[in-house]
Design a protein around this ligand. Sequence first.
Ligand code: ADP
Ligand code: MG
Length: 445
Amino acid sequence: MENIDIWNKGLGLIKKNLNNDIFELWFKPTAFKSYNNGEINISVPNRYCGEWLKTNYYGLIKDALVNITQEMDIKINFIPDKDKEGIEKTEIIKKEAIRTTSFREKGMLNKRYYFENFIVGPSNQFAHAAALAVAENPGKSYNPLFIYGGVGLGKTHLINAIGNHIIRNKPDVKIIYLTAEQFTNEVVAAIRYDKMYAFKEKYRTIDMLLVDDIQFFSGKDRSQEEFFYTFNTLYEAHRPVIITSDKYPKEMPDVEERLRSRFEWGLIADIQQPDFETRMAILKQKAETEDIKLPEDVILFLVDAIKTNIRVLEGALIRLGAYASLTGKAITVELAKDILKATIGDKEKAVTYDAIQKAVADHFQIKLQEMKAKKRTKNLVMPRQVAMYLCRELTNLSYPEIGKYFGGKDHTTVIHACRQIEKLKEKESRLKDAIDALTKALKSQ
Ligand code: ADP
Ligand code: MG
């Protein structure tokens, strides 16, 4: 894919998530400028336009670009067109930064990630404690610290928190934080411009090295080799090395054994998927930081719908906030559902409650109205329970919502119905077959 297509494809995705007027107004006048090292530069008509895109659509744009490039992370810069002077200045500053040795690199730490805004729960307690121990006692703690966990579960947050904590206490400590991908790029550049000596010097004279997303080293032999030597030097000098990865050392077959085994010398701390309460606490905290007012039922809905990736949860929040501030509309569960559809995609075609009621009524040969009736005759109760059960299985309606569509029944009735059917299904294979057939038919409608 040509670099320029990244932005064009990105615009295609973004367009799907926005009202056309908004798209025409803010996105139409943008253009691709450049892309490298996970940073994309987009030209915008003026500074104001850039600011607007950044505050209101950063999450949306980033999601789209991450999706297209399959990078873990992308930084987006909006460069005002009529501000040539400004660009030159930033270019000069950038060049300056490269020249004046490594220690500006602690500027690379993400200033948003601290221990203070990391919510601790059963899923990440261990990793958090290990990270804090290293941050408070670098050099006298586990070395290396290897933080392992699935995508979007807080690895980057924790590793930056370590760096930020140390710098706050000892501003002169020479820390380098970077991703394995950036490390790789530096190796490549050093080879190409014959700067290997300077490269080695730089990394071997620091106090601490933080490398994010080490799984990127898979199959990159030269980078692994350089990292291996760097690691050894630092390790022997008792300087902490902290690493994150979304794979266990053993799960990285394309990383040399000698490197993998070193990762296991210190401590491996893993982050699991957060439980309900932790997701809830994280979402509430982010909403507060972003100053987005989320009603309790929307919080419940989001936390229930997004279980495996905090970044996606945050993305949904930011998008809801942007939408609400732009349209002046209130944030509701309905809106959240729409937005989630755009985020997660409508992989399975949505099944509606009335399709379920109709199919179940047909199957058991009762009238559609009887689904919603109050009558509790035996031949009606079971079909009704089956339909409620299928609503729970095939739609993302909540228990109270399902109750509403069945003639205003209480959510406890729905919960009872679902349990009842689950039990019956185990015992009666005819019922199980009927439910399987109905499910199949409904899904393929
Ligand atoms: P990873 O690097 O594991 O893919 P990140 O560290 O980038 O994940 O986390 C994704 C987002 O979720 C970040 O914005 C981060 O601040 C947030 N996050 C993850 N876990 C927590 C937590 N325990 N408390 C607060 N925010 C969290
Ligand atoms: Mg990360």
